[in-house]
Design a binder for this molecule. Structure first.
Ligand code: PLP
Length: 395
């Protein structure tokens, strides 16, 4: 019998992977080319060639005993120094290797931060719609996730709901831009509004509120600047992952980064290092860490995603759907044609279109279209979207 706490969370979770699996079954029945599966965010673009080249070179040249042995919990020192140098050069920051921890992707980085910061009942605020796993990350560590609904006309943070969500129990805020599930890139104006509120609230409460910038999609931004948050707020902890930037989510590699100016930074670093062990991660995969010595600034060809985004966005808007132009990640948030987004997804399935209901991300009344699919699939889905639209118009 599993724990009651976990049972409750399993019963209330809306499993997007189940919809994805259902799509695979439908593909067996109707043919893969006839199913438009826009459910999960598994990168569809090949990793850049340098990833495999780097791994081969490391395997051929590094001493296998040290390569495959346990590195420090925080990661190889040369890799951490290399990442710090890259970030300083690229974003004009002030990192050093003692502020970097190599992690098992962004997921583990957030969990490690939560473990280091949360006591029972402490709160974590995030902007809704949000990546649904945040709730499990925080609640598994006995914290409480408090969503602050974005302005649903713009999908940008709303300063009013944000300020109302903060309380003396708020230990950190998770911000995710480019955003999953909406594809929104938060503007500099939004970032300034959010960080001004945080600065004021830190003063009022008399303790730090950390801003955790979860940025696995930073490299997937289309002709738009993604503000680097350390320039706006001192107590920022950056979480980065190579899952999407290099299309290697199965390899589980990322990092968290703190500048020396972060309040209680040495204490936090020690707490996070211990958390790597206590939570059973121990260390990020050694080979993948070393790969970064050669690929730290590499990226997939984002023009491929951009082309698919353009086909879908324009096609859907032309049909009559309401979508907010997505500037990053590989997600498009579209208004459902009825208030019940689950029912809308069911109706869409009749046209062989599979999407994730917005309610799964605290964005009811909307759906998430994950467009990491070949562009020809996106183009071929448009007549099905049109039939769905017309069905609603004719009701
Ligand atoms: N944060 C967001 C917003 C995500 O969308 C994801 C994965 O989809 C993660 C974190 C976890 O990514 P990783 O594979 O780096 O653990």
């Amino acid at each position: 019998m599993i724990a009651k706490r976990l049972r409750r969370s399993l019963d209330t979770s809306i499993c997007i992977r189940d919809i994805f699996e259902e799509g695979k079954k439908l593909a067996d029945v109707y043919g893969k080319e006839n199913i438009f599966n826009f459910t999960i965010g598994n990168p569809s673009v090949e990793p850049p060639a340098i990833v495999n080249e780097a791994i081969k070179e490391i395997l051929d040249t590094e001493d296998p005993t040290s390569l495959h042995g346990y590195p420090a919990n925080v990661g190889h020192p040369d890799v951490r120094a290399h990442i710090a140098e890259y970030l300083n050069k690229t974003y004009g920051c002030n990192y050093d290797e003692n502020g970097i921890i190599m992690t098992v992707g962004a997921a583990a980085a957030i969990v490690v931060i939560a473990n280091a910061l949360l006591d029972q009942g402490d709160e974590v605020v995030t902007f809704a719609p949000y990546f649904w796993e945040y709730k499990s990350y925080v609640e598994s560590l006995y914290g409480k996730l408090v969503p602050a609904l974005c302005n649903m006309e713009t999908l940008q943070p709303d300063p009013v709901t944000f300020e109302a969500a903060l309380s003396p129990r708020t230990r950190f805020v998770i911000i995710n831009t480019p955003n999953n599930p909406t594809g929104a890139v938060y503007t500099e104006e939004s970032i300034i509004a959010v960080t001004d509120i945080l600065k004021r609230k830190q003063e009022e409460y008399g303790h730090p509120i950390y801003l955790v910038s979860d940025e696995p999609y930073r490299k997937l931004a289309y002709d738009i600047e993604v503000p680097y948050l350390t320039h706006y707020y001192q107590n920022t902890i950056v979480v980065y992952s190579y899952s999407k930037a290099l299309s290697i989510p199965g390899e589980r590699i990322g990092y968290l980064a703190m500048e020396p100016c972060v309040q209680d930074m040495r204490d936090l670093y020690a707490g996070m290092t211990a958390s790597m062990r206590y939570l059973g991660y121990v260390n990020a995969p050694s080979l993948q860490q070393k790969m970064l010595l050669k690929c730290v600034d590499a990226s997939v060809d984002i023009n491929i995603y951009k082309k698919t985004r353009d086909i879908l966005y324009q096609g859907l808007v032309d049909i009559g759907y309401t979508c907010i132009h997505p500037d990053g990640a590989f997600y498009l948030f579209m208004k459902a044609l009825e208030p019940d987004d689950f029912q809308f997804c069911k109706e869409a399935k009749k046209e062989k279109i599979l999407m994730a209901p917005g309610a799964a991300f605290s964005g009811p009344g909307w759906v998430r279209i994950s467009y990491c699919v070949p562009d020809e699939v996106a183009a071929r889905s448009l007549p099905a979207f049109r039939r769905l639209y017309e069905r609603y118009q004719n009701q």
